[in-house]
Design a protein around this ligand. Structure first.
Ligand code: HEC
Ligand code: HEC
Ligand code: HEC
Ligand code: HEC
Ligand code: HEC
Ligand code: HEC
Ligand code: HEC
Length: 425
């Protein structure tokens, strides 16, 4: 029996919540964003200031600022933000292999992945010189063929799952066995099928654009990189643009006295479209690249770099990061010109508490405005997201496990709306 075919992307059934249901909406409390004030010494010590668009700040960044300096350069002046940020899924989304970074288990009894093909299995081993995956295919009762490759890179923070990559000279490939955290099981990697030993899925630049920081892609084929150039994890500069000039100015003997000369992008100062573009670069699906890898810089119009097809409103949405399109379908978003991802998320902090995030709904709504309030009362206080942004199983088979079982991961539906079937647990 062949292995289940595993589609590379997860899809979610179309949310059925946009069907009418208009209501009168009372007071909307505008979102007020505060910003830590300026100080030439420490960036984290000073008074609050409302965000103002700095009309010409982009022009003030000279061409030399194209230098990426890496997260280490930010720590000395933005210590608290940096410490918190480095605990997040963004910062940890790719890393070098270690017993800590690899969530899969290597101890005997937990380190074999049996596929749907009874003659094929994989062994995961931790040795002195690294971590290895070996595919073993029994070709006759007495003979087998095998292939071994090393875990060279880990992709996925381990929130839901991880997949592993290996280098063959300067070419980057995906290993055939991934790990699914919820079930604590090795699973077959997305994109690999059939009952053969496959080690051939190339890792394209777009994958690293979303899951790593900087890298140099060499031409062609599309999975050849300068190995020394790959910076893992999502760095500060991925959302703030190259920081070379900013660091140079604040380290100089005459540091800027006004943020207009800060020479760094604060997304909060961008228009809503450009703010969403910063997130949409990675949270609106694969798209089609129009410019070379690493061209997009926060503040740019994303559509000039990436063609993201506007999905048919009735079609299922791809959830391997499509929160932008989903949010855009929500009444809340359509009726609130100031709403962005930052209304609810502070990406500098690990935020893994949907109940606490109900407070972000209450920036614009009251508990009493919920139509179910008369029936359930204050039991709903912390539960807004449970009913209005439900966790939903994806429609498609996503991964196959040892027993050939399929896994349907749950994702948070970002179409904020009314889902009449959802009950409190
Ligand atoms: C030598 C000290 C120093 C270093 C290094 C430094 N910054 Fe700053 N940064 C500052 C100061 C001072 C401010 C202004 C303080 C304020 O108002 O928050 C600032 C402000 C900022 C802002 C807000 C700009 C605005 O317009 O609101 C961002 C974003 C920022 N830094 C990001 C970074 C990143 C990313 C790095 C690393 C690449 C970095 N900083 C490195 C000192 C530094
Ligand atoms: C367009 C950007 C984008 C591309 C391209 C992309 N990913 Fe992702 N990936 C994401 C986002 C965003 C998430 C988190 C999705 C969510 O939770 O909704 C994610 C999640 C994952 C996870 C699960 C992480 C966890 O801890 O839960 C793995 C593993 C993963 N991606 C691997 C890959 C690999 C390997 C490739 C390339 C072959 C790839 N992705 C291509 C954006 C991307
Ligand atoms: C995933 C995108 C992303 C990453 C990565 C990121 N930031 Fe930010 N940052 C933002 C956004 C968005 C804002 C605007 C604040 C808001 O609207 O909540 C911001 C605002 C800021 C500000 C100014 C506002 C404030 O709260 O002081 C500073 C300084 C800053 N970031 C520093 C950093 C540093 C340092 C890192 C790395 C350790 C980092 N950021 C990583 C998205 C990001
Ligand atoms: C460079 C690509 C990239 C950018 C830019 C980006 N993200 Fe992400 N984001 C990811 C990936 C990849 C993951 C999954 C990380 C993982 O678990 O391995 C993720 C995960 C997340 C999560 C889940 C974190 C958790 O701990 O559960 C949130 C929330 C999120 N992103 C919000 C944002 C917002 C808001 C922005 C814009 C300010 C943004 N992201 C910009 C790639 C990106
Ligand atoms: C920035 C302000 C803002 C935030 C934050 C916000 N909403 Fe809304 N929401 C609105 C507005 C405005 C409407 C009215 C839309 C209309 O009548 O066209 C609305 C409409 C709704 C509706 C009716 C949707 C429909 O399709 O009929 C629900 C339910 C809702 N919000 C729940 C929530 C929940 C739950 C949260 C938190 C996860 C939230 N909202 C966060 C502004 C917001
Ligand atoms: C048990 C599930 C549940 C919880 C928890 C819940 N809601 Fe609702 N909510 C509903 C349902 C169902 C409706 C639609 C009822 C109807 O139209 O008869 C609704 C309607 C709404 C509406 C639209 C009101 C209108 O006039 O059309 C808003 C706004 C809203 N809820 C906000 C919230 C907020 C804010 C919270 C958290 C404090 C919350 N809800 C918690 C189920 C829930
Ligand atoms: C109205 C509030 C709200 C807004 C706006 C919002 N989110 Fe979320 N988001 C949530 C909540 C609540 C969760 C669930 C957190 C949890 O379960 O820990 C979540 C979870 C996520 C996750 C993890 C998904 C998963 O299934 O594990 C990602 C990724 C994410 N958001 C990205 C975004 C992006 C990108 C935007 C902007 C396009 C955005 N969010 C806007 C409330 C919001």
């Amino acid at each position: 029996m062949p292995l289940a075919v595993v589609p590379p992307f997860i899809t979610l059934p179309t949310a059925s919540c946009l069907s009418g249901n208009r209501f009168f909406f009372g007071t909307i409390v505008g979102l007020v964003i505060f910003l830590a004030g300026i100080s030439p010494v420490s960036a984290e010590s000073v008074a609050d200031k409302s965000i103002q668009p700095l009309v010409s700040f982009l022009e003030k960044i000279p061409a030399t600022s194209s230098a990426y300096v890496g997260d280490v350069a930010c720590i000395s002046c933005h210590q608290a933000k940096s410490d918190a940020y480095h605990q997040t899924a963004h910062a940890r989304t790719s890393s070098l292999p270690s017993l800590e970074s690899i969530h899969g288990k290597f101890n005997q009894g937990s380190n074999i992945f049996r596929t749907g093909n009874p003659d094929l299995f994989f062994v995961m081993e931790s040795k002195e010189n690294g971590f290895f995956q070996t595919g073993v295919l029994q070709t006759s009762p007495t003979t087998n063929v095998s292939r071994t490759e090393r875990f060279d890179l880990v992709v996925g923070s381990g929130r839901k799952g991880q997949t592993y990559l290996y280098w063959n000279d300067h070419a980057l490939f995906q290993l055939p066995v991934s790990y699914w955290v919820e079930k604590q099981e090795w699973v077959s990697s997305p994109g690999y099928s059939a009952g053969a030993i496959h080690f051939t899925r190339p890792i394209i630049p777009r994958c690293l654009e979303c899951h790593a920081s900087t890298f140099e892609a060499l031409a062609p084929p599309k999975n050849i990189y300068n190995r020394d150039s790959v910076v893992l994890g999502i760095s500060c500069e991925k959302c703030h643009g190259p920081g070379g000039e900013h660091v140079a100015r604040y380290r100089s003997t005459t540091p800027p006295t006004s943020l207009a000369a800060a020479a760094i992008i604060n997304p909060a100062r961008l228009s809503r479209e450009r703010q969403l573009d910063v997130c949409a670069f990675c949270h609106a699906g694969l798209g089609k690249s129009l410019t070379p890898p690493m061209s997009f810089i926060p503040g740019d119009v994303l559509a000039r770099h990436l063609e993201i097809p506007k999905p048919d409103p009735k079609a299922p949405i791809d959830v391997h990061g499509s929160q932008v399109q989903m949010l855009e379908r929500s009444r809340c978003f359509q009726s609130s010109p100031a709403m962005t991802c930052s209304t609810c998320h502070d990406v500098h902090l690990p935020q893994r508490n949907a109940a606490a995030m109900a407070s972000s709904c209450l920036k614009c709504h009251t508990v009493e405005s919920c139509r179910i309030f008369p029936k359930l009362g204050h039991a709903i206080d912390q539960q807004c997201n449970t009913c209005h942004m439900p966790l939903q199983e994806t429609a498609q088979i996503v991964l196959s496990t040892i027993n050939g079982q399929t896994l349907q991961p749950k994702v948070r539906n970002h179409v904020i709306g009314i889902y009449p079937d959802i009950r409190l647990p």
